[in-house]
Design a binder for this molecule. Structure first.
Ligand SMILES: [Zn+2]
Length: 326
């Protein structure tokens, strides 16, 4: 079971630590829009790659730029992101999402964070990565992961002819979030979608209790103009929620703050939270795990169990996209 928790929802850790990281552009501002033109000139072109040639990528692994076949890199990401015992169609969907996200990043050129590599193994920045050979040698069965990557070799999702920012997460509430509601940027293929089956995840519902003293200290540092001098039941006022249930903004001590900021500050599993209070504490109750945008890994699992193919799963979570070959 511990193994499943470690590898069963790779983004659990990622998104717990980095709840508001905007994952699309390699910065950690948490708010960088997709359309921001931050890409440095593509080094890939300098070494002879074209937009259609991503067969070999340079990945910074443990700090060292390492050349890898794209497919080997994708397998390592999938191994880090989804359990080997998930339904094969869900793993295939994850493989296409991971490959697409890699190609999306490749298409934007090397970032300032690692000018000597196309991608890195830091989930804060690019994507988590596990070395398949090392993992297999130590006894992990990754046969289905490898099979799913082979089955979908070269397949990516495009929108308007360009590779998409195929973000994904562990598990959403009954609906996924839109990119606009979470990151403020309307992305046509990252809209809210129904996503049943999330309760299969052990940590689908969670609660975090914060003492009044700790709460005040955290808020004083993060939102110094918020007045939290009263009792816990007076701290939060009206919130604006997305159609999926996530808190977009909430009034905290007279200041409007983003749900993603509250999530980060208190280490909540998602922005889909409600509150209860006692005299000297506040309890956040959350549903789901992760930013909630794009493919839900547990939603994909559910769809696969209901008979959906990976292409149907991808079309569901990334609306209006085309499944194509590199
Ligand atoms: Zn990176």
């Amino acid at each position: 079971m511990r193994k499943l928790l470690l590898t069963g929802c790779g983004l659990v850790l990622v998104l717990y630590l980095l709840p508001i990281l905007w994952p699309l552009d390699g910065t950690d501002t948490g708010a960088e829009p997709l359309t921001a033109s931050q890409a440095v000139p593509a080094d890939g072109q300098a070494k002879g790659q074209t937009a259609a040639d991503y067969s070999v990528v340079t990945v910074e692994i443990d700090g060292t730029p390492t050349e890898l076949p794209l497919e080997e890199y994708v397998a390592g990401v999938v191994a880090a992101e989804i359990p080997n015992d998930f339904p094969i169609e869900a793993i295939r969907a994850q493989a296409v999402a991971a490959r697409t996200y890699a190609v999306y990043k490749l298409s934007r050129g090397r970032p300032e964070a690692h000018p000597d590599a196309d991608l890195c193994d830091d989930y804060h920045h690019c994507a988590a990565y596990r070395d398949i050979a090392v993992e297999t040698a130590s006894g992990s069965d990754l046969s289905r992961v490898q099979q799913a990557v082979e089955d979908t070799a070269g397949e990516i999702l495009t929108y308007g002819g360009s590779p998409i920012a195929a973000v994904f997460h562990c598990v959403s509430g009954p609906r996924t979030e839109s990119a606009k509601d979470v990151w403020g940027e309307d992305i046509p293929y990252l809209q809210s979608a129904v996503s049943p089956g999330g309760s299969a995840y052990d940590g689908y519902e969670d609660a975090v209790t914060i003492s009044a003293d700790d709460f005040r200290a955290a808020v004083a540092e993060a939102f110094p103009s918020a007045d939290v001098s009263g009792t816990p039941d007076s701290w939060f006022k009206a919130s604006a929620r997305s159609a999926a249930g996530g808190v977009i903004t909430v009034e905290l001590g007279g200041v409007t703050v983003e749900g993603t900021a509250v999530r980060e500050l208190f280490g909540l599993q998602s922005t889909n939270f409600t509150l209860t209070t006692t005299e000297n504490s506040i309890i956040f109750h959350t549903i789901g795990y992760g930013h909630g945008v794009g493919l839900s890994q547990y939603g994909a699992k559910y769809m696969a169990e209901q008979g959906s193919s990976y292409s149907e799963i991808l079309a569901h979570y990334y609306q209006g996209t085309t499944l194509t070959k590199l």
